[in-house]
Design a binder for this molecule. Structure first.
Ligand SMILES: Cc1cc2nc3c(=O)[nH]c(=O)nc-3n(C[C@H](O)[C@H](O)[C@H](O)COP(=O)(O)OP(=O)(O)OC[C@H]3O[C@@H](n4cnc5c(N)ncnc54)[C@H](O)[C@@H]3O)c2cc1C
Ligand code: SF4
Length: 439
């Protein structure tokens, strides 16, 4: 180890080799058989269960928990996958504290919900470890559908279409399928190459041809896809990033947080990844939290998230924020960047305090400066590469057009969550199936 957390600048190898393995190990340990039975026994199997309503994919949660209680986790996995084919990933990455577990009656009564996320992981991991593929395709329909983007939305859509007997061709611009499951989600939430294992498992249903390295707008066109296929699904996510709109953002050392996270996710050896000593992350969502926590785990000495509004306005949940603080990240609320300063490269960021009132956000004349040799921009992603002719509203695709369906982050409405993308991809597949088999 040539460097330490105190080494100035942006350098690799700040930690001993063993620390990287420990730091990027599974964020929450999976339940064993006994723990799963104990956790499942806490469920009241509510009638009109609020946890089902709170799940964007409407998984029958009491049913799958009952199946765990009766010692049939494989049946539980089938119940989960019937609604959410990426149930294994969602069990790892869903902010359950704001979804099913927040709605759980045991959360309301005792502030201790049934551990639905961990139980879902137990069921799906158990079934996947047995290479269980419970789905059989319907007889071939002779119809073919193009799916653009192999993220959660595209994968869920492709699987459901294949299940109905259609032939699906997926076009993905990156080298690997998975979308942000592969290139975005924090490493410690999805260890052991799980994203690729889940893609391989999903594709094992058959009928899905995966074409990676093919980009809509560069290698293929929407008109071409419409001519070649009976329907098209667009699940292209949000590939662009917002600018900081602060002076000095072009200085060396300032970079996009999503790009940094993608590099981290693809790194063979985390010790080779350069990280700053003083890292400042600007933003308030999951990307900001993930960039900050992982900077700390890579050995940065000081990591600070700065968000322009208050804690309750951050899109990262309270749980995520607490996780960041526990990891040693400092969070400053109500401050906006004015300029990044430095001689040739970033050395500091100057901020103004803000107040958030009925007239919007106002900057206070009072300022402060944070030392920063590395600055991550995590202030939201934007739609890029949407084909011409589609209705765009609020920076998302709002109109589908004949023969074209849209879902996931690139589509208007809905939250930017893995589980929402899965729900939208699945529902679009059902709509496409109804269209292709009508009359
Ligand atoms: C850093 C980060 C961390 C996150 N953490 C969480 C989390 O912990 N939990 C959670 O629920 N959500 C999280 N999210 C949000 C979640 O990842 C997204 O909501 C989800 O991945 C959206 O799925 P999607 O399929 O719509 O888009 P994506 O996952 O973005 O997939 C879109 C796919 O389309 C491909 N594509 C784009 N343009 C083209 C083109 N022109 N031609 C062909 N292919 C194209 C892309 O390469 C990509 O593979 C996180 C997001 C980020 C950025
Ligand atoms: S709300 Fe909680 S207790 Fe009721 S069915 Fe759902 S998980 Fe079980």
């Amino acid at each position: 180890m040539s460097n330490s957390p105190l080494t100035p600048g942006i350098v690799p190898g700040r930690l001993p080799a063993v620390a990287y393995c420990e730091h990027f190990d599974d964020h929450s340990a999976p339940l064993d058989v006994h723990e799963a039975r104990v956790a499942a026994d806490r469920c009241y199997f509510c009638h009109d269960a609020p946890c089902i309503t709170a799940c964007p994919t409407s998984i029958d949660i009491p049913l799958f928990i009952r199946q765990i209680v009766t010692g049939t986790p494989e049946a539980a996995a089938r119940t989960i996958w019937d609604q959410n084919i990426l149930g294994g990933m969602c069990a790892r990455v869903c902010p359950t504290e704001t979804l099913c577990e927040e709605a759980c009656v045991r959360q309301t009564a005792e502030a201790k919900p049934v551990e639905i996320g961990l139980l879902q992981r137990f069921a799906t991991d158990t079934a996947m470890a047995k290479a269980m593929q419970p789905f059989t395709r319907a007889a071939a329909t002779g119809k073919s559908v193009a799916v653009v983007g192999a993220g959660p939305a595209g994968l869920a859509c492709a699987h459901r279409l294949a299940l109905h007997g259609h032939d699906v061709t997926v076009y993905e611009r990156r080298a690997k399928a998975g979308g942000l499951n592969e290139y975005g989600i924090a490493s410690y939430k999805t260890t052991g190459n799980f994203a690729q294992k889940e893609v391989a498992w999903l594709l094992s249903i058959g009928g899905i041809t995966m074409n990676t390295g093919v980009a809509l707008g560069r290698d293929i066109t929407l008109d071409g896809l419409k001519a070649e296929h009976d329907a098209v699904f667009l699940g292209i996510g949000l590939a662009g990033v917002n600018a900081l709109r602060a002076a000095g953002e072009d200085l060396a050392g300032v970079r996009d947080a999503v790009e940094f996270i993608a590099e981290l996710r693809q790194a063979e050896d985390l010790a080779t990844l350069p990280i700053g000593r003083d890292v400042v992350v600007i933003g308030g969502g999951m990307t900001a939290v993930d960039a900050a926590v992982q900077s700390k785990l890579l050995g940065a000495e000081n990591v600070t998230i700065v968000y322009r509004r208050g804690r309750d306005r951050m899109s990262a949940s309270g749980y995520e924020q607490d996780h960041a603080v526990k990891a040693g990240v400092r969070i400053i609320h109500n401050a906006a960047p004015l300029r990044v300063t430095g001689e040739g490269r970033a050395q500091a960021v100057e901020f103004a305090y803000t107040s958030d009132g009925p007239n919007g956000l106002t900057l206070s004349p009072e300022t402060f400066t944070l030392k920063a040799d590395q600055v991550f921009k995590a202030i939201g992603q934007t739609l890029t590469g949407a084909p011409d002719g589609l209705l765009i509203s609020g920076g998302r695709i709002a109109g589908q057009g004949p023969g074209v369906w849209v879902g996931g982050d690139c589509a208007a409405g809905g939250e930017d969550l893995t589980v929402t993308a899965v729900a939208e991809g699945r529902d679009a597949a059902e709509a496409i199936h109804a269209h292709l088999t009508a009359g």
